[in-house]
Design a protein around this ligand. Structure first.
Ligand SMILES: Cc1cc2nc3c(=O)[nH]c(=O)nc-3n(C[C@H](O)[C@H](O)[C@H](O)COP(=O)(O)OP(=O)(O)OC[C@H]3O[C@@H](n4cnc5c(N)ncnc54)[C@H](O)[C@@H]3O)c2cc1C
Length: 574
């Protein structure tokens, strides 16, 4: 089946919908999504969206930018960070004007709460900056944007799984997608494509990410010769529910919750004396692993406690209703009375598809845009988060760069002709699918995926070491080999999720390899990348972005400088 649009957006999360909305008033646009739009992972975001509105106390976007640069361990590009923090204010008001039901101050302004790493006077004390709708901020963003898109006649292809780009002569001309309901392959011919497919936390066993977070667009881009930037930086959020990984928002600590070790000590006082439990996530997750390793886990086990009991039932009910509901449901614990068992959970990919400030994908990772190809949101790396993202800054990122992507694509499609499709543009995809469907090697997708997740958790998570990462690289090679010998038992065309999961596992394997190769090379510790064999940050050699290219001989690494404008790298103390 053939479809033609000026612009195609792959992904109906906060980034994709914001771009679609921006485009919808000036161009035809279709959104392709493997999930129903309102099931996108953005809908699970709890804590808030950061913007220096100064509704509760003095604040400035420049402070937000300072915190973001420092939070990124100085690896974030400061031109992009300035842009994001300045435009954050407008995108929050955009959402308010669209009708998003933010939590309010008594005088009716958007309420704001504290969050990790967000401070006033450049690091002096925590600031009230996160705009929120109880602990359902992402849900409200997604519903609000979806309603606006429907109102503006955006076309949706729900439950269509995009499998490849159509590239010819270095330009993007559309995408190929599988209609999950029928098993048919569709061609989407377009002047411009935006990738907005979210993150890839499913490469880890304990993760806050939904099952769909498999890095499809970064995987597709990588196979099409586009590099991946800063893949070694993967964020672990300190407070996942023990063993399950389900997230308890940092907003819980923003409201005053504290972390305790097995001795009942508020251990963050030792690691970050100024802002304690509101230190950035990389520092807290590393501190938690350290406490556990040194025998101060609870009952000698590998978890710690998040204590909300002193907040009182009113705060918990009005500001954290959903997360406390999860704890009651999954652990049978009432957070009003008992502390919650928590452990760090794989949460957010700082790395991804390299783009410029206009969301254009960069073929060489540095300056050469691929005509017609854009990326925004968690799948992209612009880079505003550097080596560690601050809480609330992903929702800002997806709104600011989703909006910019939409505006830039609108200008591009106005000026550019529709390029013809290359001959046999879908042959490779059809062949790949039929090879997967008929494969009979005996290995199961679920087994390989479980082993990948377990091994990545053990060998490439919060604490890393060169020798162990090398073992992981061998493991990925072994798993890729086994992946070549899978059996898809379901041979049917309709809703063949075994087939789509096999496709997704292929991306997870490729992205894990890119992560591990990038992590082995980076012989320093910065942000979320902590090397026990190289525990210091090394600005002389490593103040640079990694670019991983997929080449015939294997992964090739190149580097590019960090954009530094106002803030020179300093020691990071909180
Ligand atoms: C539990 C949780 C809580 C969070 N809380 C916060 C918070 O409070 N504040 C904050 O700033 N950040 C938070 N984050 C991070 C933030 O929510 C995400 O980084 C962000 O929402 C990602 O948005 P996105 O638009 O890039 O992608 P997503 O919302 O993940 O959307 C991806 C879209 O791509 C589609 N897709 C993927 N692959 C394909 C394919 N092959 N074909 C077709 N469609 C495809 C999916 O269907 C989906 O529509 C949280 C994350 C999690 C997991």
């Amino acid at each position: 089946m053939y479809h033609k649009y000026n612009a195609i957006i792959v992904g109906a999360g906060g980034a994709g919908l914001r771009a679609a909305l921006e485009l919808s008033s000036v161009s035809d646009v279709a959104v392709i999504t493997k999930l129903y739009p309102t099931r996108s992972h953005t809908g699970t975001a709890q804590g808030g969206i950061g913007a220096a509105l100064a509704n509760r106390e003095e604040d400035h976007w420049e402070w937000h930018a300072f915190d973001t640069v420092k939070g990124s361990d100085y690896l974030g590009d400061q031109d992009a960070i300035d842009m994001m923090c300045r435009e954050a204010i407008a995108v929050v008001y955009d959402l308010e004007h669209m009708g998003l039901p933010f939590s309010r101050t008594p005088e009716g302004k958007i309420d704001q709460r504290r969050f990790g790493g967000h401070t006033k006077y450049e690091g002096k004390e925590p600031v009230l900056r996160s705009c929120y709708a109880a602990d359902r901020t992402g849900h409200m963003i997604l519903q609000t944007l979806y309603q606006q898109c429907v109102k503006n006649n955006v076309v949706f292809f729900n439950e269509y799984h995009v499998l490849d780009l159509i590239m010819h002569d270095g330009a993007c001309r559309g995408v190929i997608a599988l209609d999950i309901a029928t098993g048919e392959v569709h061609t989407f011919h377009a002047k411009a494509v935006l990738f907005a497919t979210g993150g890839f936390g499913k490469m880890y066993k304990v993760t806050s990410n939904a099952h769909s977070q498999t890095g499809d667009a970064p995987g597709i881009a990588f196979r099409n010769g586009i590099p991946l930037e800063d893949m070694e930086f993967f964020q672990f959020h300190p407070t996942g529910i023990y063993k399950l990984g389900i997230l308890i928002t940092e907003g819980a600590r923003g409201e005053g919750g504290v972390l305790l070790n097995g001795l009942g000590e508020r251990f963050m006082e030792r690691y970050a004396p100024t802002i304690k439990d509101l230190a950035p996530r990389d520092m807290i997750s590393q501190a938690m692993y350290k406490e556990i390793r040194e025998g101060r886990g609870v009952d000698g086990k590998d978890y710690l406690l998040l204590d909300l009991t002193h907040l009182g039932v009113d705060v918990i009910k009005s500001k954290l209703p959903d997360v406390t509901g999860f704890v009651r449901t999954y652990l049978g614990i009432d957070p009003v009375r008992e502390p919650i068992p928590v452990q760090p959970t794989a949460h957010y990919a700082m790395g991804g598809i390299p783009t410029d400030l206009d969301a254009r994908v960069l073929a060489d990772g540095v300056e050469a845009p691929v005509p017609g190809l854009y990326a925004a949101g968690e799948c992209a790396c612009v880079s505003v988060h550097g080596a560690n993202r601050l809480g609330t800054n992903s929702l800002v990122d997806i709104q600011v760069f989703g909006k910019r992507a939409g505006a830039n694509i609108a200008a591009f499609v106005r000026e550019s002709p529709l390029l013809p499709l290359p001959p046999s543009h879908d042959a490779a995809v059809v062949e790949h699918l039929s090879r997967l469907r008929s494969s009979n090697g005996g290995e199961l997708v679920a087994d390989i995926r479980a082993e990948l997740q377990r091994e990545m958790m053990d060998k490439a998570s919060v604490f890393r070491d060169g020798a162990i990462l090398s073992e992981m690289l061998n493991k990925v090679a072994e798993l890729k080999d086994r992946y070549g010998k899978i059996t898809i038992r379901d041979k049917s065309a309709k809703y063949n999720t075994e087939l789509t999961e096999a496709v997704e596992l292929g991306y997870l394997l490729d992205l894990s390899e890119a992560l591990v190769v990038s992590a082995i090379a980076r012989t320093e510790s910065r942000g979320a990348h902590f090397r026990e064999d190289y525990p210091e940050r090394d600005d002389a050699n490593w103040l640079k972005h990694t670019l991983a290219f997929s080449k015939e001989k294997g992964i090739e690494l190149r580097y590019k400088p960090v954009v530094i404008t106002r803030f020179q790298p300093k020691e990071r103390k909180y």
